[in-house]
Design a binder for this molecule. Structure first.
Ligand code: SF4
Length: 357
């Protein structure tokens, strides 16, 4: 399916922008947005000194920023992670009820029982999980850090229990050869990308490079020129120099891709929704809850003292969940300092244009 969304969101009214800026100032707040939310919210984050990033960058930015309030435009686990990393800051979300199919697919009681059945394995969980699941883990990983962390554990001879995304788990297993026991959940957005239709689209656009997030099914990943996290795919689109790209991740990312390279053409990878309703378009329904009006209302209500859009995490639970999150952050920082991290996206065999990660 070709892109159905406008190249850029309609400009916000000056009055709405001023209202949001004033509320952020009154709350001593900074806006931290994910690449998958509305382009207008991403632009506001950029314009007000906030951050637009993947979940790893959001976590780091929120932790390190001096503001007393973090406004997290994303889904609930991102707000929880912000609160866990910054327990003394106030964390607000435009949509506190925005969840994630991976989080929903990994309830703590079942997950805890699964871990208890396999005490010989190191438990590594994706960031897209509840605070309780993180608290049960040895490591947290994001799509930026997962490959390095699994490779590191495999080199130490460790066996791994991975949850919850099965496609990402299979990808990490295949790339590293690690002994991984996989939980079975998936992202409702990436799971929809269709290999046969992607193959047809590649034939229609032979000059296009294919960028794929590893939450996608293996048959889609197998057709990628580049596999990586959202940030890694953005960098790849800038580095590859191709005139066209087919992008298999949430279509919210296209906003930044087009801003960075307005002369290039970006197509959404095909989903089951081809020619049908937009219900199965590549856009997360929970990320879509982060609308600008809702953001403005949340901030105004918070200025008036309303706490209904605030994220709280039990202090003891947060302290336990902090351990595997900090382990990941320290690992990523050490890798970066040593110049041994793999910030570049993974390049599929046979692709051209970039060196291997
Ligand atoms: S895009 Fe997928 S992984 Fe991301 S929040 Fe939505 S359901 Fe979860």
């Amino acid at each position: 399916m070709d892109d159905l969304r406008p190249d850029s969101p309609p400009p916000l009214s000056a009055a709405l922008t001023a209202r949001i800026r004033e509320a952020l100032r009154a709350l001593d707040a900074v806006l931290v947005a994910h690449y998958y939310v509305d382009g207008a919210v991403q632009d506001l984050a950029d314009a007000t000194g906030g951050c637009v990033g993947d979940s790893l960058e959001m976590a780091r930015f929120g932790r390190d920023h001096p503001a007393r309030t973090l406004v997290v435009a994303g889904v609930r686990f991102m707000g929880e992670t912000a609160k866990i990393l910054s327990p003394d800051k106030r964390v607000l979300m435009p949509a506190v009820e925005a969840t994630c199919s991976l989080d929903l697919g990994c309830p703590i009681d079942r997950f805890d029982a699964f871990c208890n059945q396999h005490p010989d394995r190191v438990v590594v969980v994706y960031a897209n999980t509840s605070a309780a699941v993180k608290a049960r883990a040895d490591w947290v990983a994001t799509s930026s850090t997962g490959l390095d962390i699994v490779r590191h554990l495999h080199a130490q001879g460790k066996k791994i229990l991975w949850a919850p995304d099965i496609h990402l788990g299979q990808y990490l297993q295949e790339q590293t050869g690690a002994d991984m026991l996989l939980w079975n959940a998936s992202c409702i957005v990436h799971d929809e990308f269709k290999a046969a239709e992607l193959e047809a689209m590649r034939k229609e656009h032979p000059r296009a490079k294919v960028l794929v997030h590893p939450e996608s099914p293996a048959a889609v990943v197998a057709q990628a020129d580049v596999v990586g996290s959202t940030t890694q795919l953005l960098r790849a689109a800038e580095a590859l120099g191709a005139p066209e790209y087919i992008v298999a991740t949430d279509n919210g990312i296209l906003h930044k891709m087009r801003q960075a390279q307005p002369d290039k053409v970006f197509f959404e990878a095909p989903t089951a929704g081809r020619g049908a309703t937009c219900k199965s378009c590549a856009h997360c329904p929970w990320m879509a809850m982060n609308e600008v009006d809702r953001l403005a209302d949340t901030l105004d209500a918070a200025v008036r003292g309303d706490r209904s859009q605030e994220i709280d995490v039990d202090r003891q639970l947060a302290a336990r969940a902090l351990v595997p999150i900090e382990r990941m952050l320290a690992f990523a920082a050490a890798r970066k300092a040593a110049g041994t991290s793999a910030p570049a996206p993974f390049l599929q065999a046979g692709s051209q244009g970039m060196g291997p990660a």
